[in-house]
Design a protein around this ligand. Structure first.
Ligand code: 173
Length: 322
C-alpha cells in the first residue's frame, strides 16, 4: 500500500502530466510548395524555434509537400481539416475562393496591412469562404517574372505557350500567350519536353528544381509581389486556447520580421541567374510602364469580375488607395 502522502503526490503528478498533455496541441502542417525549396528552407529555423519555445503548449508537425497533398488540393485539406495548417499561396486555392489570388496585388507590406485593416478584412473573407484563419505572410519583395526559351523584343507573347498558375493567367493571356496550368513540381518536365516555351515564377527559386537548365531568358521588370502565407483551419483556430493563439500570433509576427531577407535574396538570385547564363530581356521605360499598368489592370479586373462583393474593398486596403 502507498502511504497517503505519497498517493497524493503521485496523483498530482499524474494529473499534472495529463493536464499538460491536454494543453499541448500539435498542428499538422503541409505545403503546396516543393519540400526542398526556398520557402521550406526559410521556414526551417522558425519551425525549430517554434517547437522548442512551444513545448507543452503548441507544436508543429511538418507532414510534407505535394507528395503528401497535391499542390492544388492543399486549400481543400485545410478547409476540411484533413490538414491543420498550410504554407501555401492563394493561386493554389482559387478553387475555394477567387479572392485568394488577390494578395499578389498588394502594394503595401504585410506590416502595414496589419495596421490599415487589410488583415482583418482578409480574415473576414478567408473565414467565411474557405473556413481558414489567415495567420500571416512569410514571403514579400519577390516580384514575378516571365522566363522564356524564345526571345521577345516587346511585351507580346503571341505564339508562345507558357506554364502558369492563376497568378499569371490574365496578364499572359492579355499579352497573347497560350497557357497551361501546372504545379511547380511539373515545370521541369514541361520545359525538358518542350511542352512549354517558358513559365512564370518569382525572381527567386528557379534553381530549386533545376529550371535554369532549361531557361534562356528572364523578362524584366518583374510584376506583382509573390505571396506565400500561413493559413489554419478555422475550427481548429477556435478550439485553441487564448495562450496558444497568442503564442502562434507572436511566432507569426517574428517570422514576418524576416521578410526583409527576401530583398537581398532577390538581388542574389538575379546575379545567380546571370552567372548561369540566363539573359535579361529588358523592356524600355515606356514599355515597362505600360506592361506594369496592364498587369495590375487585368489582375484587378479579374478580381472585380469574380468577386464584386469583396474586390473593391480588398483593392482599397491592399493598395493603400481609398
Ligand atoms: O507556382 C507559381 O508560379 C505560383 O503561383 C507562385 C506563387 C507564389 C510564390 C511562388 C510561386
Amino acid at each position: 500500500m502507498m502511504k497517503p502522502m505519497m498517493a497524493v503526490i503521485v496523483a498530482a503528478l499524474l494529473l499534472g502530466g495529463a493536464a499538460a498533455r491536454a494543453q499541448e496541441t500539435t498542428l499538422r502542417m503541409v505545403t503546396g510548395f516543393p519540400e526542398n525549396g526556398i520557402y521550406m528552407k526559410h521556414l526551417e529555423p522558425w519551425l525549430q524555434r517554434f517547437n522548442s519555445e512551444g513545448k507543452g503548449l503548441l507544436q508543429i508537425n511538418f507532414i510534407g509537400g505535394p507528395k503528401a497533398i497535391p499542390t492544388f488540393e492543399v486549400g481543400n485539406a485545410v478547409k476540411s481539416g484533413v490538414a491543420d495548417m498550410a504554407m501555401t499561396t492563394g493561386a493554389f486555392y482559387t478553387n475555394l475562393m477567387p479572392e485568394a489570388d488577390a494578395l499578389k496585388l498588394a502594394q503595401i507590406p504585410i506590416a502595414e496591412q496589419r495596421r490599415n485593416g487589410a488583415f482583418e478584412y482578409i480574415n473576414k473573407i478567408w473565414n467565411q469562404k474557405a473556413n481558414m484563419y489567415y495567420l500571416g505572410r512569410l514571403v514579400e519583395f519577390q516580384p514575378f517574372h516571365i522566363y522564356l526559351n524564345k526571345p521577345i523584343d516587346k511585351p507580346d507573347l503571341t505564339g508562345l505557350k507558357l506554364r502558369i498558375t492563376p497568378v499569371y493567367r490574365d496578364l499572359f493571356q492579355a499579352l497573347g500567350a497560350t497557357v497551361v496550368t501546372t504545379a511547380p513540381g511539373e515545370v521541369y518536365t514541361a520545359l525538358e519536353r518542350g511542352v512549354v516555351d517558358g513559365y512564370g515564377w518569382p525572381i527567386g527559386g528557379i534553381f530549386d528544381l533545376n529550371w535554369q537548365q532549361h531557361t534562356k531568358y528572364r523578362v524584366d521588370p518583374g510584376f506583382y509581389d509573390a505571396e506565400v502565407s500561413m493559413v489554419l483551419n478555422l475550427d481548429l483556430w477556435k478550439r485553441l486556447s487564448d495562450k496558444q493563439r497568442e503564442f502562434l500570433q507572436r511566432q507569426m509576427l517574428a517570422l514576418e520580421t524576416r521578410n526583409v531577407e527576401w530583398k537581398k535574396f532577390a538581388a542574389d538570385e538575379a546575379e545567380r541567374q546571370a552567372q548561369a547564363g540566363i539573359q535579361t530581356i529588358r523592356f524600355d521605360d515606356q514599355q515597362a510602364k505600360k506592361y506594369l499598368a496592364l498587369a495590375y489592370e487585368v489582375g484587378w479586373a479579374a478580381q472585380l469580375k469574380a468577386s464584386p462583393e469583396f474586390a473593391p474593398q480588398l483593392r482599397a486596403l491592399l493598395t493603400g488607395r481609398q
